[in-house]
Design a binder for this molecule. Structure first.
Ligand code: 0L1
Ligand code: MG
Length: 260
């Protein structure tokens, strides 16, 4: 049955899961006609409701920009989602696990915008020229879909699994750092969980930023000064459970730890 589903109902279903801290099956099982443009309309509606509830946009994120993440999730198309102030986590404080369904953490290179960036036709060079700061980040993702199983339209509607983020304190000038060559070593619960460089993200986090600007432009939007851009997980995400300790050590962007 697809007739009963529409953008409003899907937005309510996803936000209810978030507020009630429970998962659900993929929307596309009940609404097989959900396509990518309609999924972004659902995402936009959930953002509208967050903002009318008093939240503020702090930036955007890209999802599924690395082969490691694409392979792990079985979806090979990058996507964008919104970040708001309600998702900001306090650095150094334990992750508030009761707020999340089945959270996972992933290390990312974060670009902080100095200038407005609007597509179409944005190149990685244009994108980097609009960046004021480069920082390290750990994103907490928390799909509203059971066992993180979804199709591309599902995960787009679900705001790219956005749930939380923490930002590193080391600030670098984009002109002084090769973002593609920046290294990251991830440890989970005292053991190695992988390593990568910025090149894992579409060849360069600058390419991810350009993609985001060009993609947002198709929906009449631009990336604004001051926004954070989480450019995508460098490595597959690791689960956060009681007692977890996840540490990301970056080459020149410092170190970030999340405990739960
Ligand atoms: O930030 C991400 O790459 C997540 C995008 C959505 C897919 C997932 O939940 O892993
Ligand atoms: Mg991410």
């Amino acid at each position: 049955m697809t007739g009963d589903w529409n953008v409003d109902r899907a937005a309510t279903a996803l936000l209810d899961c978030e507020h009630e801290v429970r998962d659900r099956g993929p929307l596309t099982e009940q609404w097989p006609g959900l396509d990518v443009p309609t999924a972004y309309a659902v995402q936009t509606e959930t953002l509208r409701r967050r903002l009318s509830g008093g939240q503020r946009i702090t930036g955007i994120k890209l999802g599924l920009t690395s082969r490691a993440k694409q392979r792990a999730m079985g979806v090979d198309t990058p996507l964008t989602g919104w970040l708001t102030d309600a998702m900001a986590l306090a650095a150094g404080e334990p992750v508030p696990l009761p707020r999340f369904i089945h959270p996972r953490a992933e290390p990312e290179i974060v670009l902080v915008m100095g200038e407005r960036l609007a597509g179409p036709g944005v190149t990685p060079e244009d994108a980097l020229a609009a960046v004021a700061e480069v920082r390290a980040g750990l994103e907490v993702i928390d799909s509203r879909f059971r066992r993180f199983r979804f199709t591309l339209p599902d995960v787009i509607a679900d705001n790219a699994s956005s749930a939380g983020y923490v930002l590193g304190s080391v600030v670098r000038d984009p002109g002084d750092l090769d973002v593609s060559a920046e290294t990251c070593v991830l440890e989970a619960d005292g053991g190695p969980a992988g390593s990568a460089t910025g090149a894992a993200v579409l060849g360069s986090p600058a390419a991810a930023l350009a993609l985001a600007a060009n993609d947002l432009c198709t929906r009449g939007q631009a990336i604004e000064p001051g926004w954070l851009v989480f450019t995508g997980g460098l490595l597959d995400a690791v689960p956060l459970a009681p007692g977890s300790r996840v540490r990301a050590r970056f080459g020149s962007l410092g170190e970030l730890t999340l405990t739960a």
